[in-house]
Write a protein that binds this ligand. Structure first.
Ligand SMILES: Cc1cc2nc3c(=O)[nH]c(=O)nc-3n(C[C@H](O)[C@H](O)[C@H](O)COP(=O)(O)O)c2cc1C
Ligand code: SF4
Ligand code: SF4
Length: 261
């Protein structure tokens, strides 16, 4: 049996659903010491060494894969055999190959996968007019995440490291990640240039214009995470996206978390 006293949560989470799930899992594990590494706004490349802690590695799913910026930012992690709980959060459509991609990257970074879970979060493109998994993770999701944390810890306590390989749903080779035509949310006439959207953009794609009267967005930097849309206090930031209607019409049936231990 291996004992650990620290849980280390590492996540990328522009609209906070991934962060909520990761924290609920950590709560279920219930270790005294918890370290959080939030990579959402952190573009630094200096190495983060992870030793002697149970790590939770959590990312949103973009196009059935690990969100590319999350994948890039997680490359700073250097583990020496530490056990890791792999977590993907998706917007009720599907997570396809994201969890196996996260597993493969975690192994490359030096982790030993312990368990894996795919959870559901409100879709980045969800709006009050066209909800997609609105309000998730809800109380049920968070309860399941806590329970998953407890079950992962029990597995760790009865297993000698390295943990034997276990089944995770997904395919290798992964589905291709096709980068579409660049686009980004825009501001409407309700924008009063408060700058809140600038603060939350993970790729620094937004700035206040030099004369201070408007918001400028670099579409080539935008990853369409919709953090700016969801943070705007005045409903002034909108992403007019035909895919949102398709998702609302076709992926409203509630999906449940899938867990692999
Ligand atoms: C560019 C992009 C692609 C996405 N692709 C998928 C997808 O393939 N399947 C899915 O169910 N949700 C997809 N989503 C929704 C997110 O996975 C979901 O909203 C997640 O909860 C966002 O995590 P966050 O709150 O931590 O940012 C996508 C979102 C974005 C912005
Ligand atoms: S958060 Fe909304 S109101 Fe504030 S600058 Fe951005 S778009 Fe404008
Ligand atoms: S501008 Fe693009 S990358 Fe920046 S917060 Fe908005 S959607 Fe996300």
């Amino acid at each position: 049996m291996t004992t650990f006293q620290t849980t280390h949560i590492v996540y990328f989470s522009p609209t906070h659903t991934t962060e909520k799930i990761a924290r609920a899992i950590a709560e279920g594990i219930g270790m005294e010491r918890r370290i959080e590494t939030d990579l959402t706004l952190d573009e630094s490349v200096s190495a983060i060494e992870i030793n002697h802690s149970l790590t939770i590695l959590a990312t949103p799913v973009y196009k059935g894969r690990v969100a590319p910026v999350a994948l890039q930012r997680m490359k700073r992690l250097k583990a020496s055999g530490s056990p890791v709980i792999l977590v993907v959060v998706y917007g009720n459509r599907d997570y396809e190959d994201a969890l196996v991609e996260l597993r493969d990257m975690a192994i490359e970074l030096g982790f030993t996968p312990l368990s894996a879970g795919a959870f559901i979060g409100e879709h980045s493109y969800s709006t009050p007019q066209r909800p997609i998994a609105a309000g998730r993770p809800d109380a049920d999701d968070l309860y399941q995440a806590m329970q998953f944390g407890k079950d992962s810890l029990s597995k760790l306590e009865r297993t000698n490291l390295p943990v034997p390989a276990f089944y995770i749903k997904g395919n290798v080779p992964y589905k291709p990640f096709i980068t579409g035509t660049p686009s980004a949310p825009v501001c409407n006439e309700n924008c009063f240039v408060c700058g809140e959207c600038v603060e939350v953009c993970p790729t620094h794609a937004i700035r206040i214009s030099p004369d201070g009267t408007s918001i400028e967005t670099d579409v080539n930097r935008c990853i369409r995470c919709c953090a700016c849309v969801k943070v705007c206090p005045n409903g002034a930031r909108v992403y007019d996206n035909p895919f949102a209607a398709f998702l609302h019409e076709n992926f409203s049936a509630r999906r449940e978390p899938e867990l692999f231990l």
